[in-house]
Design a protein around this ligand. Structure first.
Ligand code: GTP
Length: 353
């Protein structure tokens, strides 16, 4: 399939430290955290591929090896896949400039590696070309923009203003609140505006610079959109998926259990439970609204409800893990202990009551 408007190359930004997702990102880069049976970022690669993209460059920094080992050269999926690694954190624009050596002198899609969306990429390109923009940003609506960057446009869809974390006095009652959705089309001239080899933010540095010369377009869309950058949002992405709200990924049903998991016949798999490969759920245990990572074991009569458990976590018999408890790989909740979220159990640690 060819891209309707001919954008055939993409950069996925996957080099961030994922600090808000710790301890899950102690051992895996955020884009490689699983969403049911696949690494999260694989959904993005599939989305790009379906839109006609033939070359994907991963712009890496933190823990690049996991990404490179998984995707290889891309040949098995009919793609050219390349990698660049920040010599030091370069920021979102610096990381795009770092990928330039693997790009053609043509338009490119740029994706933040932590966004789950079915954005119409062809429409984004059509908007970009229609305006003759240097850069075009997808926008998503929010109820409250105070924690985000509000993007204002004119009637043609050209950016007039960025307002970072707007205060109440900067909001106009009744205006649609739209924020940067982390998917862009960048023309070569936009990329030439990024200084090489230094830390540059596309949101704070490059887009305002280009907007000042009228070069930035923005396309509003009401498609499914979720930033999985926090444990709560990561869990919600799973719950959305199971409840069919994601749309473009078929729901496996009210709960998902990997075919490679071992669940006792007397265990209760409640709605919203996601049980990864190699996980074990013991007799009489209950799991609901939670992510149970690969190789994790939930002991007999234990309960896990509302938590995100990494890989090889042990929940002892009769333990209760409720609310947003985030457990790093190899963490342990001793027999009979109750842990209520919000709480974090560091990688490899034993929970304290
Ligand atoms: P936090 O530390 O929790 O804020 O997460 P993060 O490091 O992922 O940062 P953020 O969510 O702002 O990043 C958005 C996207 O850009 C993510 O997919 C990151 O992997 C990526 N990213 C952020 N900073 C860099 C960087 O300096 N270099 C590269 N290559 N990618 C980056």
């Amino acid at each position: 399939m060819s891209a309707p408007a001919g954008v055939r190359q993409a950069v996925i930004l996957v080099g961030g430290q994922g600090t808000r997702m710790r301890p899950l990102t102690d051992t895996l880069p955020k884009p490689m955290l699983p969403l049911l049976d696949l690494p999260f970022v694989e959904r993005q690669v599939d989305h790009l591929s379906a839109a006609g993209v033939e070359r994907v460059v991963f712009s890496c920094g933190y823990r690049p090896r996991e990404i490179e080992e998984y995707f290889g050269d891309g040949a098995s999926r009919g793609l050219q896949v390349g990698y660049v690694v920040d010599p030091e954190p370069l920021g979102t624009a610096g990381a795009i400039a770092n990928a330039e050596e693997l790009l053609d002198d043509d338009d490119v899609f740029v994706l933040n590696g932590d966004i789950l969306t079915d954005l119409d990429l062809a429409a984004l390109v059509a908007h970009h070309r229609g305006l003759g923009a240097e850069a075009t940003i997808a926008l998503t609506p929010v109820d409250d923009p105070s924690a985000f960057g509000l993007v204002r446009t004119d009637a043609d869809g050209r950016v007039t203003e960025f307002v970072e974390k707007p205060g109440a006095d900067q909001l106009v009652p009744g205006e649609p609140y739209r924020i940067n959705a982390g998917t862009y089309v960048l023309s070569p001239s936009a990329r030439r505006a990024i200084p090489h080899g230094q830390q540059v933010s596309i949101e704070r540095d490059t887009f305002p610079l280009l907007a000042a010369r009228g070069g930035v377009g923005a396309m509003a869309s009401d498609c499914y959109w979720r930033d999985i950058g926090t444990p709560g949002s990561y869990l919600d992405a799973h719950l959305d998926l199971l409840s069919g709200r994601v749309g473009f990924i078929p729901s496996p049903g009210a709960a998902w259990v990997s075919p490679d998991a071992l669940v006792d016949a007397s265990a209760t798999i409640g709605p919203g439970a996601c049980v990864g490969p190699g996980a074990v759920v013991g007799a009489g245990a209950t799991v609901a609204d939670c992510v149970v990572g690969a190789g994790t074991s939930v002991g007999e009569e234990a309960m896990v409800d509302g938590a995100v458990l990494g890989r090889q976590v042990t929940v002892g018999p009769g333990a209760r893990v409720t609310g947003l408890v985030v457990a790093g790989d190899g963490a342990m909740v001793p027999e009979g202990m109750a842990v209520a979220g919000p709480a974090t159990i560091p990688t490899g640690s034993v929970a304290s009551p």
